[in-house]
Design a protein around this ligand. Sequence first.
Ligand SMILES: [Zn+2]
Length: 100
Amino acid sequence: MLIPCLACESRFGPDEYFNACSDYNRGMDLVSWTCPRCGNRDDLRVLPGELGFGYPHRGRFDVHDRLRVPGLRRQRGDLRLDISLDRACWRVATRLRQPA
Ligand SMILES: [Zn+2]
């Protein structure tokens, strides 16, 4: 299964795609994704069996587009999100922010 970049339409295998995730935002339940090809940055939500793309709206994130990724699983941790697919696993850490 190949997962496309929504900006440049390059397609990536799961390993390349999920290694490009960074900074899990637990409050919004989002990960940042930077396309290794075109550098486009997107926020996405990892859901069981699919990826959700959308826009922040009034402090929430509304999913508008869903991309099915059969077998995709997720587990939320305190400061990270674990993503797994088949026997592979990727860990996306939360970037610590300085308290305001
Ligand atoms: Zn791209």
